[in-house]
Design a protein. Structure first.
Length: 206
């Protein structure tokens, strides 16, 4: 008898360091467990947000060394962040186009790496188009898709759904539409959660 597949919904934003770290754990989880992973959009700082208070920005900068050390020690990655406080909406819209073309997983990984490892400006359409082309999408179709109001509506629907669920921060990882695990959890915690949900699914009445 095959193991039950587990649905995992994840709300994240590309310019969130904890979302990138969660991505590394979730990608490993996909390689070891039967999970159906679906990424959902979330915007930490939508376009038109008021300027970030100087003291808050200073606090983020002061915490960077600790964040970078933790990323290296616990997740095995060397962070090299792109421009601070960018508009992630174009990248999120691009994700919806990539999903429609069956390349959502590849796009999500590539954009995360571009921003958090290669320090690229993922609000730049040309950079996003380069990423899209590299994973096998049509550059022309991708650029046109960034202006598609229907795809923008899909991004907004994800954000609205997060608010309806009471999700106030990301990453937010939801198993089988019931169990919320917040934050950048290590692979071991996600594997344990998956196995617990699998056991529950296997024991449920047919």
């Amino acid at each position: 008898m095959s193991e039950p597949r587990v649905r995992v919904d994840v709300w994240s934003d590309y310019n969130c360091p904890w979302c990138f770290l969660a991505t590394t754990s979730l990608e490993k989880l996909q390689s070891t467990h039967p999970v159906d992973l679906q990424w959902h959009s979330y915007q930490l700082r939508p376009k038109g947000s008021p300027p970030m208070p100087a003291e808050y920005r200073a606090r983020i900068e002061a915490n960077k060394p600790r964040l970078y050390a933790m990323a290296q020690q616990q997740y095995g990655v060397e962070l090299n962040q792109g421009p601070f406080s960018i508009d992630s909406r174009p990248a999120l819209i691009g994700a919806k186009h990539a999903e429609e073309k069956g390349l959502g997983k590849q796009y999500h990984h590539a954009v995360m790496v571009a921003y958090w490892i290669d320090a690229q400006d993922i609000s730049d359409v040309a950079i996003l188009a380069d990423i899209a082309e590299r994973i096998g999408l049509s550059r022309q179709e991708f650029v046109a898709a960034l202006a598609d109001p229907n795809l923008d509506d899909l991004v907004q629907a994800d954000i609205d759904q997060a608010q309806a669920f009471g999700l106030s921060g990301v990453p937010a990882i939801v198993f089988e539409e019931k169990y919320l695990i917040p934050g950048a959890q290590p692979y071991e915690a996600l594997a344990q959660a998956t196995e617990q949900v699998q056991a529950e699914l296997a024991s449920a009445p047919a």
